[in-house]
Structures are given as structure tokens and as C-alpha cells.
Write a protein that binds this ligand. Structure first.
Ligand code: NAP
Length: 256
């Protein structure tokens, strides 16, 4: 006899929000979890909790206390700590675990990518004369670039920062995706950008800057994804439903 699912959905991505909607529509019992990084997280159609669990032990305790049967890790591909904790806590408690994650971006004809394996390597790769750089990284990571203070950086954050970034020369745009290639092209032109630094997040919401860079012939410094422990992975919310024992409605499209 299959167990009625009681899901903990680790969110913070577009994919997590899509899955939350499907869970709500099917009446599957689930709790959505945000880290609490943004001031106004997108409201969800299922009960929501906010804040860290307190490492592996805290998450394991939460899974036990709330009798979670299925843990779905739909965090960002660069949220390596949370994803590693999810694997460990699921193992400790015997909770079924699946990740809902997007495939990484691949270079296309016309792309001028240089790949680096992490933030430190990206900072190091920027040694040299002053350039105008779009740092498409999120506010948690930009201060590391103070080690290359000679550049002018274009930053785009979801929320206005409480403290100004530690970069002597920068412009700041506050905006929330998804973004369009046309407007990102205008943005890159308006700021006379000559290099884009990006994490290989994958998905469609943040790919506009790469399309814009390709169209303008600009180089991209692409930070590869962190390594994660082995786990069951799905790329489509409908496949998670199937795993939970709920078949998607006939005719459901597999959107990306
Ligand atoms: P991280 O470094 O992997 O996680 C650091 C800690 O934040 C975790 O150990 C956990 O704290 C807490 N945490 C992370 N995600 C959580 C969640 N969904 N629910 C409850 N606690 C969570 O993560 P991060 O890179 O800071 O990302 C934080 C959030 O922002 C994630 O939800 C992620 O999906 C989203 N996000 C991240 C990026 C990115 O580039 N990293 C981009 C877009 C969105 P405890 O150890 O106390 O449990």
C-alpha cells in the first residue's frame, strides 16, 4: 500500500513555485520552505515556513517532527549547502528525496564563454586592466569581487541592499526576473558592458543576459555548478508528481 505523501518542498526557484501550484491543485499535503533571503518572497498556494532548519540535525528533526514522507529539493543549483544537507537528513531519517533541478546552460554558436569552476576562480580571472562588467550573481556573492576593485561593475539585485556593496565603482539595478533578451541587450549597451559574469544557473528566467551577450558579441565568464552528492533528479514538476504517486493530468505539457 502506498503512503499518502506529506511533502516538504525546499524552494526559492521558479520551478519550486510551479511545483507548489501543482501540489495545491491536486490537494497533496505539502509545506513550502524559504531560506528567508528576500524581503518579499513570492506567496505560495501551500502552507509556507521561512528560515534555516539548523543544519543536517535541524532538518532531520523537522522531517521527523512533521512526519514528512517526501523531501523535494527544488533549491537553486548553487544552493549547495542546502542540497547537501537534504541528502544527509533524508538518509538519516529514511525520508524519500528527489531534486527538481534545471539542466545547466550549454554554449551555443556565437557564444564566447570562458568557464571557471567557482567564485574564487571567477574573481582571479578578472585580474587585469579596468573593464565594465555585469556581475549577474546576487548580492551574497558580489563582495568577493572587491579583490578586483579596478573594474566598474553593473549589479542587479532583487531587493535594494541595506549596505552599499563593497565595490568602489558600481551601478545598481533593482529588478526581479524573468528578464527579456531585448531589455537585457539595452541594459548591457546603456552601461557599455564588455564582459558578463554569470553562474550556470540554467532555466529560462535568467538566460536573457546570455542571449543579449551573444547578440552583442560580448564574452561571458561562466561559473560552473558546484558538485553535489548523488540523488534522484527530475527536470519537470510533472515528473515529481508522478514520483509522489500522482499522475499528471492527461495532455499536460512539459514546459521548461
Ligand atoms: P545554501 O548556501 O545552500 O544554504 C545555506 C543555508 O540556508 C542552508 O544551510 C539552510 O540553513 C538555509 N537554506 C537554504 N535554502 C533553504 C530553504 N529553501 N529553506 C530553508 N532554509 C534554507 O543556499 P543559498 O545559496 O544561500 O540559497 C538560499 C536560497 O536562495 C535557496 O532557497 C535558493 O533556492 C535560493 N536561491 C539561491 C541562489 C544562488 O545562487 N545560490 C539563486 C537564486 C535563489 P540551515 O542549515 O540552517 O538549514
Amino acid at each position: 500500500m502506498s503512503v499518502k505523501p506529506n511533502v516538504l518542498l525546499l524552494g526559492g526557484t521558479t520551478e519550486a513555485s510551479r511545483l507548489a501550484l501543482l501540489l495545491a491543485e491536486r490537494g497533496i499535503t505539502a509545506i513550502f520552505s524559504y531560506a528567508g533571503r528576500t524581503e518579499s518572497p513570492r506567496p505560495q498556494p501551500i502552507p509556507t515556513r521561512i528560515g534555516g532548519f539548523g543544519g543536517v540535525a535541524g532538518l532531520a528533526a523537522y522531517l521527523r517532527e512533521h512526519r514528512i514522507t517526501h523531501l523535494v529539493d527544488a533549491t537553486h543549483p548553487f544552493a549547495a549547502m542546502m542540497s547537501a544537507n537534504a541528502v544527509a537528513a533524508a538518509g538519516l531519517t529514511g525520508t524519500a528525496l528527489a531534486a527538481l533541478t534545471r539542466p545547466g546552460w550549454q554554449p551555443e554558436a556565437g557564444d564566447r564563454w570562458t568557464r571557471v569552476s567557482g567564485l574564487d576562480d571567477a574573481v582571479e580571472a578578472l585580474a587585469g586592466p579596468r573593464r565594465r562588467i555585469m556581475l549577474a550573481l546576487g548580492r551574497m556573492h558580489v563582495d568577493a569581487f572587491a579583490a578586483q576593485p579596478q573594474h566598474h561593475y553593473l549589479l542587479r539585485f532583487v531587493d535594494a541592499p541595506e549596505h552599499p556593496p563593497a565595490l568602489p565603482y558600481h551601478s545598481l539595478v533593482v529588478d526581479r526576473g524573468p528578464f527579456a533578451a531585448r531589455t537585457d541587450r539595452d541594459l548591457l549597451r546603456a552601461h557599455a558592458i564588455d564582459l558578463v559574469v554569470s553562474k550556470n544557473a540554467g532555466g529560462s528566467g535568467a538566460s536573457a543576459k546570455l542571449v543579449a551577450a551573444r547578440q552583442l558579441g560580448l564574452p561571458v565568464l561562466m561559473i560552473d555548478r558546484p558538485a553535489l552528492p548523488d540523488r534522484r533528479e527530475f527536470h519537470f514538476p510533472q515528473d515529481v508528481l508522478h514520483w509522489l504517486g500522482h499522475d499528471p493530468s492527461p495532455g499536460t505539457e512539459r514546459g521548461v
